[in-house]
Structures are given as structure tokens and as C-alpha cells.
Design a protein. Structure first.
Ligand SMILES: Nc1nc2c(ncn2[C@@H]2O[C@H](COP(=O)(O)OP(=O)(O)OP(=O)(O)O)[C@@H](O)[C@H]2O)c(=O)[nH]1
Ligand SMILES: [Mg+2]
Length: 344
């Protein structure tokens, strides 16, 4: 059996021990003081057996080092025998003093190989993640961690909830007459739900009243800031299933009003939307009074999700999406009557 010694390196609190635990299931912080203070003081150890692509068994031994600058001697003692180092950089902090120091130590001791791991990817958005990646690329250029020979892998060590687990949860939903609810029931027909006012879902999930919440409106932009994790994006799920956009809403008008009045109302609505799109800044300033806890930038994104060119014209795929969604809802028994939609 082949043995490989893998070590961690990186700044304090950047997630080295959490990474080793996610990989092996073993908490390498074994000292009582380490557990109490939540930092690594002395070297920790873990192991994992894996089959190599060739079928050969590999025994991976892990050495987890402390990131605290005061314990750099312990770190140094662990680095000597490493075949491969996991250079850990937290996405929310990027390169810090001990990232540099540990990197220099690994270079001085000629660690042959490494992988740069961007941890805590769940804490930042994609733009920040790519900035951190660029900073790392610059930092490691020409070294044994140069991206030409060693990958940069973003991860999150947070426990993720699987979709099957979600199907067994009781989920707070904003109402049973919402597209979000319809999509959720199509995804998981047997899922249990409780109706909660839409703006109470995030606080109640945070308070532990519900296992999960179905989030609509601006909650879609703010849930991460509130400290929640996404399990499923129903818009993406629907798009993967059908290749169509998920229709979130529309204006309906009574057929019996007659073609003339329907045409008048439609024109008035379209003109009004077109005006708002053409005068985005003042329209947004007006909308800000209803913006609840959104700042201007988020409100701008939020409005863009609901008022865009599709608001003027669904387009052929938008129309197909509306019909398909309602039809699937009827066939699944979620909508009691079969809807017949005409598009004006
Ligand atoms: N959100 C998030 N938090 C994480 C992740 N990985 C680790 N953490 C948290 O970050 C904190 C520090 O994690 P550790 O694994 O103890 O960090 P460390 O690099 O081992 O710290 P030292 O050993 O003291 O240098 C803990 O509170 C972890 O729960 C992650 O992927 N996402
Ligand atoms: Mg640690």
C-alpha cells in the first residue's frame, strides 16, 4: 500500500482543521484547549484510505498544522515530512501574513507538491471568489504552487444538505398560490409545508422554527447575508428540466371585458412599463420607498429580476413556460382546474 503524507498550511482560522475533517471525518484538534479556543495549537493527525485510479490502495496521512503565528514552531515541525501541502486561503480574507509565512516555509523545505484550497467559498459571491483566485495566482507564480502545475480548488467545508434530505423536511412557504410553491411541489410532490408570511420566513428559519424556507422576493438576494445556505434553486431546477425560464408572475385580465377594453388596458400597461424601463433611475428612486431592507444596488438588481424586456413581451419561450408550468401543475393535482391561457 502506498502512503502519502498530506499537510495543511495557511493563516489562522482559514479552515485547515475543518478541511481535514471534511475530507477524513476526523477532528485533528484533539487537545481540550484547542477545542475550547477553537484554534489549533499543536500538530493534529488524521488518515484516510482511498483507491488510486489504478486500483492501488492509498493510505493518506494528514498533518494539520496551527495557523497562529505564535505556534509557527509546531507548524515547522510538521512540514518536514509532507509529500503534498494543502495551502489553505479563506475566500473572505484572501492572503494574510501566515499564508505568506507558511508558503515561504514550504518553499524553503522544498515540499514537492501542493494544492491551493480556497476555503469558505460559501461566504463570498462569485466576483469576490474570482478576485481571490487572481490574487493567489499572482502570489504563487513561479513557485511549486504555480497554476501551471498545481490546481486552485474552491471549497466549502460546511455540511451541505442533500436534495433527498430536503424532500423530507417541513418547509415554510409564502403561500400556496405562488409560483414558488407550485415549483416546489412539482420538485417534491410529498414535501410538507407550513404557510408563513413571506417576510417572516428568513427570521423564522433563523430562529429554528422551520427546517427550511421557500424564499421569494428580495429574500432571494438577502438570504446569504442573513446567514442562510441555499439547498436548491428552483429557477435553475426548472430551467434544467424544461430549458425554459420560470415564470414568476404576470397580469391577468378577464376575458369578458371584451377585446377593445383588453387592448386599451394592455397598451396602458405596456406604455407604463416601457416608460419605467426608459427612465430607470427615477423609476427606481420611486420604487425605493417600498424597498424594505434593500440598499439601492440590491434594489436595482431586484427590480431587474422582475421588470425587464420579458415584462414587455414574454417571448415564445416565456409563453411556452407559462403554459407548461400551469399544465404540469394541473396534471400533478396541485392546480384544481385546467387553466386555458390566452396571451394578449
Ligand atoms: N462558512 C464557513 N466556515 C468555515 C469553513 N471552514 C471552516 N469554517 C469555520 O472557520 C473557523 C475556523 O476553522 P478552522 O478549521 O478551525 O480553522 P484553522 O485554519 O484550522 O484555524 P487554526 O488551526 O487555528 O489556524 C471555524 O469556525 C469553522 O467552522 C467553510 O468552508 N465555510
Ligand atoms: Mg486548525
Amino acid at each position: 500500500m502506498k502512503s502519502i503524507i498530506i499537510g495543511t498550511a495557511g493563516h489562522i482560522d482559514h479552515g485547515k482543521t475543518a478541511l481535514v475533517k471534511a475530507l477524513t471525518g476526523i477532528d485533528a484538534d484533539r487537545l481540550e484547549e484547542e477545542k475550547r479556543r477553537g484554534i489549533t495549537i499543536d500538530l493534529g493527525f488524521a488518515h484516510l484510505e482511498l483507491a488510486a485510479p489504478s486500483g492501488e490502495k492509498l493510505r493518506l496521512g494528514f498533518i494539520d498544522v496551527p495557523g497562529h503565528e505564535r505556534f509557527v514552531r509546531n507548524m515547522l515541525a510538521g512540514v518536514g515530512g509532507m509529500d503534498l501541502v494543502l495551502m489553505v486561503v479563506a475566500a473572505d480574507e484572501s492572503i494574510k501574513p501566515q499564508t505568506r509565512e507558511h508558503f515561504e516555509i514550504c518553499r524553503l523545505l522544498s515540499i514537492p507538491r501542493g494544492i491551493t484550497v480556497i476555503t469558505k467559498a460559501d461566504l463570498v459571491d462569485e466576483d469576490t471568489l474570482s478576485v481571490v483566485r487572481m490574487e493567489i495566482e499572482d502570489f504563487v507564480r513561479g513557485s511549486f504552487l504555480d497554476v501551471g502545475r498545481s490546481p486552485i480548488v474552491p471549497i466549502s467545508a460546511l455540511k451541505s444538505t442533500g436534495l433527498d434530505e430536503l424532500k423530507r423536511m417541513k418547509v415554510a412557504v409564502p403561500g400556496t398560490m405562488t409560483t414558488a410553491y407550485l415549483a416546489l411541489k412539482l420538485f417534491a410532490p410529498k414535501i410538507e409545508t407550513t404557510v408563513v408570511p413571506f417576510d417572516q420566513i428568513i427570521p423564522e428559519v433563523l430562529a429554528g422554527k422551520h427546517e427550511a424556507g421557500l424564499i421569494i422576493h428580495e429574500g432571494q438576494l438577502t438570504y446569504e447575508r442573513s446567514g442562510l445556505n441555499r439547498i436548491l434553486d428552483l429557477g435553475k431546477w426548472w430551467h434544467e428540466l424544461t430549458g425554459l425560464p420560470l415564470p414568476l408572475g404576470g397580469n391577468a385580465i378577464r376575458r369578458e371585458l371584451g377585446p377593445e377594453l383588453i387592448a386599451q388596458v394592455t397598451t396602458a400597461l405596456r406604455d407604463s412599463i416601457q416608460y419605467a424601463l426608459d427612465h430607470r433611475e427615477s423609476a427606481l428612486a420611486y420604487a425605493m420607498q417600498f424597498a424594505r431592507d434593500l440598499d439601492t444596488q440590491m434594489a436595482d438588481r431586484f427590480v431587474g429580476m422582475y421588470v425587464n424586456d420579458r415584462t414587455l413581451d414574454y417571448g415564445a419561450d416565456g409563453r411556452e413556460a407559462v403554459s407548461r408550468l400551469l399544465d404540469m401543475g394541473y396534471k400533478a393535482g396541485i392546480i384544481p382546474h385546467q387553466p386555458h391561457v390566452d396571451f394578449v
